[in-house]
Design a protein around this ligand. Structure first.
Ligand SMILES: CC(C)(COP(=O)(O)OP(=O)(O)OC[C@H]1O[C@@H](n2cnc3c(N)ncnc32)[C@H](O)[C@@H]1OP(=O)(O)O)[C@@H](O)C(=O)NCCC(=O)NCCS
Length: 223
């Protein structure tokens, strides 16, 4: 199967959100089912729309849509982040604190379990800080293929798209993988460098979320 990959435009945000949601909620140990206990409600969608719109205006972030070249239907989406300079740990901590304050100012949004989302976010940031120590890198933030379109190469296409750019910039690539993505990433040069295990049993129902942190060394393209 062949795919066409295009940068997401503002009027395509809803497609991006829907594909991400459908793919991620089918993951067996998905943290999303705990973060959004009431499901894909209007307030949850509005919040996702706002966060994605904010991300779209950040030049370090690339959202892409992956279309079946014949039908033109979007079957998968990806979000890549490129930090092209080293950053001091102090600066990273300050940026995290600022983001936290901004979220607090917004006030709570119905349908979001903040205790779980904050715990997961903090564990992710801490692992990333320990592994990368502020070094410049590319990060795969989202890679999602609609369940009906999986195992036909769309995920690989979105992964290779971002890795090419990482290689052009001479950056290592980092990601936090679900169980479903692990073998795909390993096949493209990523190694497991840490575990992100979250005991969420205090948050409503027994549930353990296990993800692994993966890193692929920088490759410089000559010429
Ligand atoms: C992970 C994911 C993006 C892969 O997308 P995809 O379009 O199916 O990927 P591809 O068709 O390019 O698959 C490439 C390889 O990934 C691996 N893979 C894909 N789905 C898998 C699954 N359910 N279980 C185990 N390995 C899987 C296989 O090695 C596969 O190669 P193969 O089909 O030749 O065996 C997709 O399964 C998905 O959206 N899952 C839910 C969201 C998620 O977990 N995203 C990753 C978070 S980092």
């Amino acid at each position: 199967m062949s795919y066409e990959i295009t940068p997401m435009k503002e009027d395509e945000i809803d497609i991006y959100i829907k594909v991400s949601w459908e793919a991620l909620t089918q993951v067996e140990d998905s943290v999303l089912t705990l973060v959004y206990p009431d499901g894909f409600t209007e307030s949850v969608q509005a919040n996702m729309r706002k966060t994605t719109r904010d991300g779209l205006s950040d030049p370090s972030t690339s959202y892409v849509l992956i279309r079946d070249i014949d039908t033109k239907d979007v079957v998968a989406v990806a979000c890549w982040y490129y930090q092209t300079k080293d950053v001091a740990i102090r600066e990273l901590l300050d940026a995290e604190e600022k983001a936290r304050e901004k979220r607090m100012e917004q006030g709570p949004i119905p349908g979001i379990n903040y205790a779980v989302i904050d715990k997961f976010r903090e564990a992710s940031m801490e692992s990333k800080r320990e592994i990368l120590a502020g070094r410049a890198h590319a990060a795969l933030r989202v890679l999602s293929t609609l369940p009906a379109a999986q195992r036909k190469g769309a995920g690989t296409a979105g992964l290779i798209w971002g890795l090419r750019k990482a290689d052009e910039l001479g950056l290592p690539a980092y990601l936090v993988s679900s169980g479903m993505g692990r073998s795909l990433y390993a096949a493209h040069g990523f190694s497991e460098v840490g575990e992100l295990s979250l005991d969420t049993s205090h948050h409503g129902r027994p549930h353990k979320v296990s993800h692994c942190c993966m890193l692929r060394a920088a490759k410089r393209i000559s010429g």
